[in-house]
Design a binder for this molecule. Sequence first.
Ligand code: SF4
Length: 554
Amino acid sequence: MAATPEDSATAVPRAPRRKASRHRGEGQWAAGHFTPLNGNEQFKKDDDGLNVRTRIETIYSKRGFDSIDPNDLRGRMRWWGLYTQRKPGIDGGKTAILEPEELDDEYFMLRVRIDGGRLTTDQLRVIGEISQEFARGTADITDRQNIQYHWIRIEDMPEIWRRLEGVGLSTTEACGDTPRVILGSPVAGIAEDEIIDGTPAVDEIQRRIVGNPAFSNLPRKFKSAISGSPLLDVAHEINDIAFVGVVHPDLGPGFDLWVGGGLSTNPKIGQRLGAWVPLEDVADVYEGVISIFRDYGYRRLRTRARLKFLVADWGVAKFRQVLEDEYLLRKLADGPAPDQPVQRWRDHVGVHRQQDGRFYVGFAPRVGRVDGTVLTKIADLAAAHGSGRLRTTVEQKMIVLDVTEDQVESLVEGLESLDLTARPSTFRRGTMACTGIEFCKLAIVETKARGASLIDELERRIPDFDEPITININGCPNACARIQVADIGLKGQLVLDDDGNQVEGFQVHLGGALGLEAGFGRKVRGLKVTSAELPDYVERVLKRFQAEREDDER
Ligand code: SF4
């Protein structure tokens, strides 16, 4: 059975045990509230999510989908990257009406975590082969540097794990109330302008925390990001914890610590604790913060469980004090804020020189959609033109590293032949879409195909538009494609068309951003468009922006 709160081992000091107050409060373990206050807390207490792996391998993969315990099916499977996918043909109007089991298909979405976005050609070939053999060719690059499959059968999971783990990949805690994938700068260790390479910290956190039962029952997901790039290229503002490269005037290069960012319910930009963390201390500080989340995080309501709610209630001064006094048992140095990035695009698309004189080439599929065959061909191209290293980005893009100058154009042409361009239009470069109704049980509208056709339409209609612009498309009110921080954020919902019929459409958010002036887009009251009207609407907005913009207006 699960490690209980009382017997979980951890390398950092635990919060002092307090006598449980009679008021059930927010369900914080550190306040003595260990009685589960909702179904999710109950199934996590009943058995650690990590333990479902054994049942999948010994029971479910042999006896099939119908043998799966419901608490495993819709709960613990996530600890190993598995979600049931949406039964085909159920329209968005039924999403909120049907019971979860009525939406469940007997196939799964499977997420492969790629910490730091680092891949080798051997790993990419295996990912491509699994896609072709077990996932009907599906493979999407997500905006958290992962790869996501669909159409996975439970019977195939032992073989899929054998192949992934054979090349050092994993699905451990790719979903669930766990330490999710650690985002890393896609150009860590190679960019000419790098402040500091965070790769050793990504590796240490992965080794120490991921799959460790001491951290496998968190109040909610825990998202993290580490980048030493001045481009601030990991969307650090919207992670539960982020380490951002800075140069301390006395202590040198290190990281500025941010906590409490997150989108979805009550979106919040992360807050700086004002602390400077040297590379060798990043894993300790990460462990301290995730321990605070485990011990003090709110477990009563899932809608208030993310770390951002605790940070908002405590404030940064108390959060830092608890981190230092109860967990690290030492003070952190004060440090500077990161500089604003000098450019708007943070995706590393295009051809760029590396520290060692070679080049990296970033390229753009449409809205992250590739497939197993294409991934295998990308692996072949990367092996022929580079050293075998690739990266994924948080904008659903990919990068081939270590290309000598004489190989660059041949690689770019090879990518173009796969419809993967290193010189994309503004629209292909800046548009992202979540999974949407094709596979997601929470979706109300179609997103991936809609995003791809929107790119094609805008390229045809406004070929001269060259201002960086982000268009993010969600299939429901959640925030998987980060709609709140896009120039144009599109939140899927049912809307009325001119004849009064309910059809697929979007609530529009305008003017959000990360980086230069991070903030949330404004929801324009009543501004909704049908999916069919979407290209017309975006074209109107952008042409008006072109015509009326002031100097330097974004
Ligand atoms: Fe599914 Fe909604 Fe997330 Fe899109 S935003 S992947 S529809 S939960």
